[in-house]
Design a protein around this ligand. Structure first.
Ligand code: KG4
Ligand code: ZN
Length: 352
């Protein structure tokens, strides 16, 4: 029995993340210690397109996955033979990207004769809040706001998610990226818009906040906001943003006004979800959760309403494999996968 306890405290997992355009690997223990973590960003490859190109992303994952795994293991001082399980995000994401991580994980599981653990990428984004907290963060409302997703979940536990609402068109991060491209700001758009907005007036342009007044509905829509920014620049019909000459102050004002509109929608719907569910804990994860203005507004609102707020730490907002430590919860629950596990690019509405 003593041996089992010692062994249980020592379980080491390799976690892989290739859902979109970051190739990442981490080594974590079942006590949620992070022994090593490597993220290879593909931003440079997608920059000139102003967004992620799926085919380029999957090819880049293929080139990088083995060096990234090697580096994470070296950082951790852990050999392949010491691994007790391999976990991989297999849903949701870009099919070709997901496949690279899944095939690498399966190959390792066969070679090492260790169990395969499936990670839901959206649950992992919320679990980033748990990893940064000394206390349990469940049950909570989970807001995942990234380049590919903008969704609200009722999270009964780390593995029990129930969809409350989601974007009906663009994800918030995608809107940041597209608007940045219109303003000739560099990719990825979120950090660029945030920087430009620091010097801008958020009330300079009147931009739409779709669905915000409809309190019963917990969905989002950002495509109209994107179009509204476009009309401020070129008007209907014309598309050549490169020819638009904008003063720095105009860029700053548009960036600030756009950012404020997105933040209003995210904060408004997150707190509407708390009211509807009666929950008093809010967890926020995903790349856009790195946004300073969003973090500030969430905190103000949470303080005012006596809500316990957990926003993922900056290093765990954008895609990484550390948040794949949620695999520990699945291992504990005995949830391991057969080797015929597939990828599921779409969003699962209900889990657990
Ligand atoms: O979570 P993530 O790495 O990938 C997905 O799962 O989609 O999120 C990437 C997204 C990009 O759209 C990027 O522009 C956005 O997160 N982002 C930000 C900030 N940092 C990254 N958006 C707003 N403000 C930021 N500071
Ligand atoms: Zn993500």
């Amino acid at each position: 029995m003593l041996r089992v306890c010692q062994r249980a405290a020592d379980v080491k997992l390799l976690t892989l993340e290739t859902t979109c355009d970051e190739t990442a690997a981490a080594v974590v223990t079942d006590r949620l210690e992070v022994l090593g973590s490597v993220v290879a960003s593909q931003d440079d490859l997608h920059k000139r397109f102003g967004g992620v190109v799926p085919e380029i992303a999957s090819r880049a994952h293929l080139e990088r996955i083995l060096p990234v795994i090697d580096q994470a293991l070296r950082q951790a001082g852990v050999s392949l033979a010491e691994l007790d399980a391999v976990a991989v995000a297999n849903t949701p994401g870009l099919a070709g990207s997901l496949l690279v991580g899944l095939v690498a994980a399966k190959a390792l599981c066969v070679a090492l004769d260790v169990p395969l653990v499936a990670v839901n990428h959206l649950q992992a984004h919320i679990y980033a809040c748990r990893l940064a907290s000394d206390e349990d963060v469940f049950p909570c409302v989970g807001l995942i706001v990234s380049g590919g997703h903008t969704s609200l979940y009722r999270c009964g536990g780390p593995l029990q998610f129930d969809l409350l609402g989601a974007t009906t068109d663009d994800a918030a991060g995608e809107a940041f990226d597209k608007v940045a491209s219109m303003l000739s700001l560099p990719y990825p758009g979120g950090p660029s818009i945030q920087r430009a907005a620091e010097h801008g007036d958020p009330t300079a342009y009147r931009l739409p906040r779709a669905l915000l007044r409809d309190e019963d509905r917990l969905d989002f829509s950002f495509s109209g906001l994107k179009t509204a920014v476009r009309y401020q620049l070129v008007g209907p019909g014309r598309q050549d943003f490169a020819k638009v000459q904008l003063a720095d102050s105009q860029v700053a004002d548009l960036a600030a006004s756009f950012q404020e509109a997105v933040v209003d929608c995210l904060v408004g719907k997150a707190f509407a979800a708390l009211r509807q569910t009666g929950l008093s804990i809010l967890c926020v994860g995903g790349g856009v959760a790195a946004n300073t203005r969003l973090r500030q507004r969430l905190k103000e609102e949470a303080d005012r309403r006596d809500i316990r707020l957990h926003v993922a730490p900056l290093r765990l907002c954008t895609d990484n494999a550390v948040m794949g430590a949620i695999a520990v919860e699945r291992l504990r629950a005995g949830l391991v996968e057969d080797l015929d596990l597939d990828v599921f690019p779409g969003v699962v509405r209900k889990t657990g």
